[in-house]
Design a binder for this molecule. Structure first.
Ligand SMILES: Cc1ncc(COP(=O)(O)O)c(C=O)c1O
Length: 349
């Protein structure tokens, strides 16, 4: 699968002052609770590893994914050998239910994403999937602190919520025919240490021409995927309570959203729902150029620019340049929050 090239390079901008993710460890107590509906979390390095493991158990099946996406959620599906097809979403990231009813067939799978932390209309999607016997894979990469899951199976990306950690979860639900197979596939993943050692050895052999690295991905390196122990993850997730992270992120979101909504050139892309723990503040801007102002100010705003080349929906292609993600994580200092707001206010209408 091919992805469109990025629109801009990070090298064209000054050093980052405000990071997109939390990085500072604070003192706190371990209190990570699995969402309601989960039976077990299998700890892995990345959300893409979890998606790869799920897709491997679905080999040759069709998995439907949203037209607007980050390549890291699509590539692992493709690399695992499933047939990836795309469904449309609207500007609020709501799935086109009519389309799903017409096109997604029994025994296929659908990847539903809680874009930027929002539930969107995934409850409706879950109902359609249940009714039509479609496997619902819930992507909680942006909603890792949600209190309930609605998919048959889910993935998180803890990296996006906890400081200084590369970790994710493959979450098994209460009822899913693949739970046992997934458990087995997980058991075969190497540990972090073993994976490092194996990769070093493989790289040396590959240099000598004795073997080839297996990885075919750009965003997903299948040669280094590994599992993690609870101990390896616990230290980072115990640094601040989930409630504190939620309150800080919500307060930052509200504070930034107020300033965004006062501008004629920008609007917040989805509301802060009840109990939602936001990943970022998604903002539609009026031109691609607005993004640069944040990067020039040292703010690590993000955009999904690398959409699959087979997507030709002009609305989606427009979102590549005009939907930006501003940080609202728990580490933001008053000064950093102020820099974000001033960078919005300082731009001409
Ligand atoms: C919606 C979504 N799903 C999955 C992933 C993959 O998560 P990870 O970066 O932990 O591999 C990402 C991000 O990169 C993402 O944005």
């Amino acid at each position: 699968m091919q992805f469109r090239p990025a629109l801009l390079s990070a090298n064209d901008f000054p050093d980052i002052q405000v990071k997109s993710n939390a990085a500072i460890k604070a003192d706190g107590t371990a209190d990570r609770k699995l969402p309601q509906g989960a039976t077990k979390a299998l700890l892995v390095d990345r959300g893409r590893t979890a998606l790869f493991l799920i897709a491997q158990t679905l080999k040759n099946k069709t998995v439907w994914a949203p037209e607007y996406h980050c390549p890291a959620m699509i590539e692992p599906l493709y690399l695992a050998g499933v047939d990836v097809k795309f469904y449309p979403i609207d500007e609020h990231f709501h799935v086109d239910i009519k389309f799903v009813n017409h096109h997604v067939k029994t025994n296929e799978a659908l990847l539903g994403v809680r874009f930027f932390g929002s539930l969107c209309n995934l409850s409706e999607v879950a109902n359609v999937c249940r009714k039509n016997h479609i496997l619902f894979i819930e992507d909680l990469a942006h909603a890792g602190l949600t209190d309930s899951m609605i998919g048959d199976i889910a993935i998180t990306s803890l990296t996006k919520f906890y400081p200084d950690i590369v970790a994710a979860e493959l979450i098994l639900g209460e009822q899913n025919d693949f739970n046992e197979v997934l458990d087995d596939a997980y058991a075969k993943l190497p540990s972090r240490l073993m994976s490092k050692f194996r990769y070093k050895l493989l790289s040396i052999f590959a240099k000598l021409g004795l073997t080839q690295l297996q990885n075919k991905g750009t965003y997903t390196n299948t040669d280094v995927m590994h599992k993690l122990s609870k101990k390896q993850v616990e230290q980072s997730i115990s640094t601040m309570s989930g409630a504190e992270i939620r309150d800080k992120r919500r307060a930052n979101f509200v504070s930034i959203a107020e300033v965004v909504d006062a501008q004629s050139w920008a609007r917040v892309a989805c509301p802060l729902e009840y109990n939602m723990v936001p990943y970022v503040v998604p903002v539609y801007v009026d031109s691609e150029e607005r993004f640069k102002a944040f990067r020039l100010a040292g703010i690590q705003a993000l955009r999904w620019e690398e959409i699959a080349t087979q997507i030709n929906n002009t609305d989606v292609l427009d979102m590549r340049g005009r939907l930006i993600q501003l940080p609202c994580h728990q580490d933001l200092t008053e000064q950093q929050l102020s820099l974000i707001k001033q960078t919005i206010i300082g731009q001409q209408n």
